[in-house]
Design a protein around this ligand. Structure first.
Ligand SMILES: Cc1cc2nc3c(=O)[nH]c(=O)nc-3n(C[C@H](O)[C@H](O)[C@H](O)COP(=O)(O)OP(=O)(O)OC[C@H]3O[C@@H](n4cnc5c(N)ncnc54)[C@H](O)[C@@H]3O)c2cc1C
Length: 267
């Protein structure tokens, strides 16, 4: 994480549906020229106006301190804040663009698009205001890691895509990605030694198919060596269950990064 994370204002350039579960929002603006992209799963905090048309009031960030200044903003003016991953950054002269892949998800009762960011992504127009607070990458393999084992659901797919793109060409290992629909599956650029497998959501709920695949891989000869590195992100039960499976297979805790990106109502 940067010592002095930057809070940068930007505007929506375009928003395009990519697949059944993903909306790609491209943002741009002069302040993004100051964004120092580290690749891999570089993530940031996304700030949106509390309501469409409301002004974007931002916290005063001092060093890494932003949470208390954020809470100090009166509730009706406080921006919405969520965590997202940089898909790509393009610089053309003075103009910088940054892509975000927002997972679209629907309320299981009403069938309506749910979640403030998913609703924003699907309805936002060019020119809409937002801001990002740089947080750096989460992926942090030890220098002596012999192989890497990655697992994620759709919220971790943007990060996994960046990690696979930026890993050194000689890297060996496995990557498991769970997506809600078969049409969310895509070609991922990855080192030749990385075995990438896709699973689609089952009735057991988010993350269950990826976790089952990870457990099966560990049992069927894919067990990590103690010097490997594990990285499991996505729905909370996938993150904790994945960590447990890798620990049981012999990977030390210090060689596993796991993070619950969201929580399903039944977990
Ligand atoms: C480091 C990091 C990077 C992330 N990168 C991305 C990214 O690139 N793209 C992305 O889409 N998400 C990403 N996420 C996950 C994202 O922050 C969460 O899904 C977040 O809850 C969405 O925010 P929200 O404000 O729209 O919904 P919230 O207000 O947080 O949640 C509203 C409701 O929606 C439910 N919900 C939230 N997310 C989902 C989902 N994916 N599927 C089904 N139900 C859900 C919640 O359980 C809750 O009931 C990332 C998370 C982290 C920690």
């Amino acid at each position: 994480m940067p010592t002095h994370p930057q809070l940068l204002r930007a505007r929506v350039v375009r928003s395009v549906r990519r697949s059944p579960s993903f909306q790609r929002v491209t943002i741009g603006g002069p302040e993004l020229a100051g964004f120092s992209y580290a690749g891999f799963d570089h993530w940031f905090r996304l700030f949106l106006p509390p309501r469409p048309g409301a002004p974007l009031v931002l916290p005063q960030v001092r060093g890494r301190v932003w949470w208390q200044p954020y809470l100090d903003i009166p509730e009706d003016r406080r921006p919405h804040c969520s965590n997202y991953t940089v898909v790509d950054v393009r610089r053309r002269g003075e103009h910088t663009e940054l892509d975000i892949d927002v997972v679209l998800h629907w309320d299981e009762g009403t069938g309506e698009l749910a979640g403030p960011v998913a609703q924003w992504a699907a309805s936002t127009a060019p020119g809409s205001e937002l801001a990002i607070l740089d947080q750096g990458p989460l992926f942090d393999p030890p220098a002596d890691a012999t192989a890497v084992h990655l697992a994620a659901d759709e919220t971790g797919l943007p990060g996994l895509r960046g990690i696979l793109r930026d890993l050194p060409e000689h890297t060996r290992g496995t990557a498991i990605v769970e997506v809600p629909h078969a049409d969310d599956v895509e070609d991922l650029a990855a080192p030749g030694g990385m075995r990438v497998s896709w699973v689609t959501r089952t009735v057991e709920g988010p993350g269950a198919a990826a976790l089952a695949r990870l457990r099966a891989a560990v049992v069927n000869g894919g067990a990590p060596a103690p010097q490997d590195y594990g990285f499991v992100v996505g729905e909370a039960a996938l993150a904790t269950g994945g960590r447990r499976a890798l620990r049981a297979a012999g990977l030390p805790a210090a060689r596993i990064t796991f993070s619950g990106f969201w929580k399903h109502r039944l977990h």
